[in-house]
Design a protein. Structure first.
Length: 213
Protein backbone atom coordinates (compact mmCIF):
# COMPACT_ATOMS: atom_id res chain seq x y z
CA UNK A 1 0.00 0.00 0.00
CA UNK A 2 1.42 3.37 -1.05
CA UNK A 3 0.93 6.50 0.99
CA UNK A 4 2.52 9.16 3.16
CA UNK A 5 4.01 8.34 6.54
CA UNK A 6 4.24 11.32 8.88
CA UNK A 7 6.38 10.81 11.98
CA UNK A 8 8.38 12.98 14.35
CA UNK A 9 11.06 10.44 15.31
CA UNK A 10 12.52 7.28 13.78
CA UNK A 11 14.61 5.02 15.99
CA UNK A 12 15.98 1.50 16.04
CA UNK A 13 14.04 -1.49 17.31
CA UNK A 14 14.72 -2.01 21.01
CA UNK A 15 14.87 -5.80 20.64
CA UNK A 16 17.29 -5.74 17.68
CA UNK A 17 20.94 -6.76 18.00
CA UNK A 18 21.88 -3.10 17.47
CA UNK A 19 18.91 -1.12 18.83
CA UNK A 20 20.41 2.27 17.93
CA UNK A 21 20.69 1.51 14.18
CA UNK A 22 17.97 2.15 11.59
CA UNK A 23 18.68 0.20 8.38
CA UNK A 24 17.39 0.56 4.83
CA UNK A 25 17.06 -2.74 2.97
CA UNK A 26 19.63 -3.49 0.28
CA UNK A 27 18.53 -2.16 -3.09
CA UNK A 28 16.37 0.57 -1.55
CA UNK A 29 17.17 4.27 -1.04
CA UNK A 30 15.79 7.10 1.03
CA UNK A 31 15.03 9.86 -1.50
CA UNK A 32 15.26 13.47 -0.36
CA UNK A 33 16.01 16.08 -3.07
CA UNK A 34 19.43 17.64 -2.57
CA UNK A 35 20.69 14.88 -0.28
CA UNK A 36 23.58 12.54 -1.03
CA UNK A 37 22.12 9.06 -1.44
CA UNK A 38 25.18 7.17 -2.68
CA UNK A 39 28.96 7.59 -2.55
CA UNK A 40 32.18 6.11 -3.86
CA UNK A 41 35.88 6.99 -3.75
CA UNK A 42 39.02 5.92 -5.59
CA UNK A 43 42.72 6.31 -4.96
CA UNK A 44 44.78 6.13 -8.16
CA UNK A 45 47.80 4.62 -6.48
CA UNK A 46 51.30 5.61 -7.56
CA UNK A 47 54.00 4.45 -9.98
CA UNK A 48 54.05 4.00 -13.75
CA UNK A 49 50.40 2.94 -13.92
CA UNK A 50 49.36 6.33 -12.57
CA UNK A 51 51.88 8.32 -14.59
CA UNK A 52 51.55 10.19 -17.89
CA UNK A 53 54.57 12.22 -19.00
CA UNK A 54 53.86 13.98 -22.27
CA UNK A 55 54.46 16.90 -24.63
CA UNK A 56 51.44 16.02 -26.77
CA UNK A 57 48.96 18.73 -27.72
CA UNK A 58 46.08 16.30 -28.16
CA UNK A 59 43.66 14.92 -25.59
CA UNK A 60 45.04 11.86 -23.81
CA UNK A 61 43.58 9.52 -21.22
CA UNK A 62 44.76 10.26 -17.69
CA UNK A 63 46.50 7.18 -16.28
CA UNK A 64 44.95 6.23 -12.92
CA UNK A 65 45.88 2.54 -12.69
CA UNK A 66 48.69 2.73 -10.13
CA UNK A 67 50.19 0.59 -7.39
CA UNK A 68 48.14 0.28 -4.18
CA UNK A 69 45.04 1.75 -5.84
CA UNK A 70 41.88 1.46 -3.75
CA UNK A 71 38.14 1.61 -4.40
CA UNK A 72 35.43 2.22 -1.83
CA UNK A 73 31.64 2.27 -1.83
CA UNK A 74 29.81 2.30 -5.15
CA UNK A 75 32.92 3.15 -7.21
CA UNK A 76 34.73 0.29 -8.97
CA UNK A 77 37.08 -0.26 -11.90
CA UNK A 78 36.03 -0.96 -15.49
CA UNK A 79 36.32 -4.74 -16.05
CA UNK A 80 38.92 -4.42 -18.84
CA UNK A 81 40.27 -0.84 -18.77
CA UNK A 82 42.16 0.18 -15.65
CA UNK A 83 41.88 3.90 -16.44
CA UNK A 84 38.07 3.87 -16.53
CA UNK A 85 35.90 3.94 -13.41
CA UNK A 86 32.35 2.66 -12.90
CA UNK A 87 29.86 4.11 -10.45
CA UNK A 88 26.74 2.13 -9.59
CA UNK A 89 23.92 4.69 -9.80
CA UNK A 90 20.97 3.71 -7.61
CA UNK A 91 18.20 6.24 -8.27
CA UNK A 92 16.23 7.04 -11.43
CA UNK A 93 15.94 10.65 -10.25
CA UNK A 94 19.46 11.85 -9.40
CA UNK A 95 22.62 13.48 -10.72
CA UNK A 96 26.28 12.79 -10.03
CA UNK A 97 28.98 15.04 -8.63
CA UNK A 98 32.46 13.88 -9.75
CA UNK A 99 35.54 15.26 -7.97
CA UNK A 100 39.07 14.82 -9.31
CA UNK A 101 42.24 15.74 -7.42
CA UNK A 102 45.67 15.11 -8.89
CA UNK A 103 49.21 16.54 -8.84
CA UNK A 104 51.16 17.60 -11.91
CA UNK A 105 54.64 18.85 -12.72
CA UNK A 106 55.18 21.26 -15.62
CA UNK A 107 58.54 22.22 -17.13
CA UNK A 108 59.48 24.79 -18.35
CA UNK A 109 55.91 25.92 -17.62
CA UNK A 110 55.48 28.37 -20.46
CA UNK A 111 51.85 27.29 -20.96
CA UNK A 112 49.28 25.29 -19.03
CA UNK A 113 47.12 22.21 -19.46
CA UNK A 114 43.47 21.29 -19.55
CA UNK A 115 41.35 18.45 -18.20
CA UNK A 116 37.91 17.12 -19.03
CA UNK A 117 35.64 14.26 -17.97
CA UNK A 118 34.24 11.70 -20.43
CA UNK A 119 31.05 9.86 -19.43
CA UNK A 120 29.00 6.92 -20.72
CA UNK A 121 26.14 4.65 -19.74
CA UNK A 122 27.07 1.81 -22.13
CA UNK A 123 30.91 1.55 -22.01
CA UNK A 124 31.02 2.40 -25.74
CA UNK A 125 29.65 5.85 -26.49
CA UNK A 126 31.45 8.45 -24.36
CA UNK A 127 30.52 12.12 -24.39
CA UNK A 128 32.18 15.19 -22.86
CA UNK A 129 30.43 15.93 -19.57
CA UNK A 130 31.62 19.54 -19.61
CA UNK A 131 29.64 22.38 -21.16
CA UNK A 132 32.80 23.26 -23.13
CA UNK A 133 34.47 20.73 -25.44
CA UNK A 134 37.91 21.65 -24.10
CA UNK A 135 36.88 21.35 -20.46
CA UNK A 136 36.53 24.02 -17.78
CA UNK A 137 40.02 25.48 -18.35
CA UNK A 138 39.82 25.42 -22.19
CA UNK A 139 42.89 23.25 -22.62
CA UNK A 140 45.37 25.64 -21.01
CA UNK A 141 43.98 27.23 -17.84
CA UNK A 142 45.24 24.75 -15.28
CA UNK A 143 48.79 24.42 -13.97
CA UNK A 144 51.31 26.54 -15.90
CA UNK A 145 52.74 29.98 -16.67
CA UNK A 146 55.04 30.06 -13.66
CA UNK A 147 58.22 28.31 -14.68
CA UNK A 148 59.05 24.73 -13.76
CA UNK A 149 56.64 24.06 -10.89
CA UNK A 150 54.57 21.37 -9.23
CA UNK A 151 50.89 21.93 -8.58
CA UNK A 152 47.72 20.26 -7.34
CA UNK A 153 44.72 20.22 -9.68
CA UNK A 154 41.15 20.07 -8.37
CA UNK A 155 37.81 20.22 -10.15
CA UNK A 156 34.23 19.06 -9.62
CA UNK A 157 31.90 18.06 -12.45
CA UNK A 158 28.13 17.84 -12.15
CA UNK A 159 26.27 15.65 -14.65
CA UNK A 160 23.44 18.17 -14.46
CA UNK A 161 25.53 20.82 -16.26
CA UNK A 162 25.44 19.30 -19.75
CA UNK A 163 21.86 20.04 -20.85
CA UNK A 164 21.99 17.64 -23.79
CA UNK A 165 22.81 14.69 -21.51
CA UNK A 166 21.13 15.81 -18.28
CA UNK A 167 17.94 13.77 -18.55
CA UNK A 168 19.79 10.64 -19.67
CA UNK A 169 21.83 10.66 -16.48
CA UNK A 170 18.88 11.63 -14.28
CA UNK A 171 16.76 8.62 -15.23
CA UNK A 172 19.58 6.09 -15.70
CA UNK A 173 20.29 3.38 -13.12
CA UNK A 174 23.15 0.90 -13.12
CA UNK A 175 26.86 1.23 -13.81
CA UNK A 176 27.87 4.66 -15.09
CA UNK A 177 31.34 4.80 -16.69
CA UNK A 178 33.77 7.69 -16.85
CA UNK A 179 37.40 8.59 -17.36
CA UNK A 180 39.50 11.74 -17.57
CA UNK A 181 41.47 13.30 -20.39
CA UNK A 182 44.30 15.84 -20.19
CA UNK A 183 45.73 18.20 -22.77
CA UNK A 184 49.05 20.05 -23.12
CA UNK A 185 48.48 23.47 -24.63
CA UNK A 186 52.06 23.69 -25.96
CA UNK A 187 54.46 20.94 -27.02
CA UNK A 188 57.30 22.96 -25.51
CA UNK A 189 56.08 21.92 -22.05
CA UNK A 190 56.73 18.48 -20.60
CA UNK A 191 53.99 17.72 -18.09
CA UNK A 192 53.89 14.83 -15.62
CA UNK A 193 50.30 14.02 -14.68
CA UNK A 194 49.78 12.40 -11.26
CA UNK A 195 52.95 10.36 -10.57
CA UNK A 196 56.18 12.18 -11.37
CA UNK A 197 58.89 9.51 -11.14
CA UNK A 198 59.96 6.44 -9.19
CA UNK A 199 61.99 8.79 -6.98
CA UNK A 200 59.07 11.15 -6.35
CA UNK A 201 55.89 9.02 -6.33
CA UNK A 202 52.53 10.81 -6.19
CA UNK A 203 48.87 9.82 -6.34
CA UNK A 204 45.44 11.26 -7.05
CA UNK A 205 41.91 10.70 -5.79
CA UNK A 206 38.38 10.60 -7.20
CA UNK A 207 35.13 10.98 -5.28
CA UNK A 208 31.61 10.52 -6.68
CA UNK A 209 28.40 11.53 -4.92
CA UNK A 210 24.92 10.65 -6.17
CA UNK A 211 22.56 13.49 -5.28
CA UNK A 212 18.77 13.12 -5.29
CA UNK A 213 17.08 15.46 -7.77
Amino acid sequence: MAGTLSVQTIQGLATAADPTTVSIASGHILHAPGHVINFGSYNTGYGSGARLVTTSTSWQTLNINGTNQATFGSLTKHPSNGNVLAFNKKSSNSQLSIVLNFPSYNTPGGSGHGVRCMISTDQTNYVVSDILTNGPANGWGFHGYGGATAGMNNFTWSTYDNASYRNTINTYTGDFYFYFQVYNWASTDTISYIDHSDTYPKYGTVQVMEVAQ
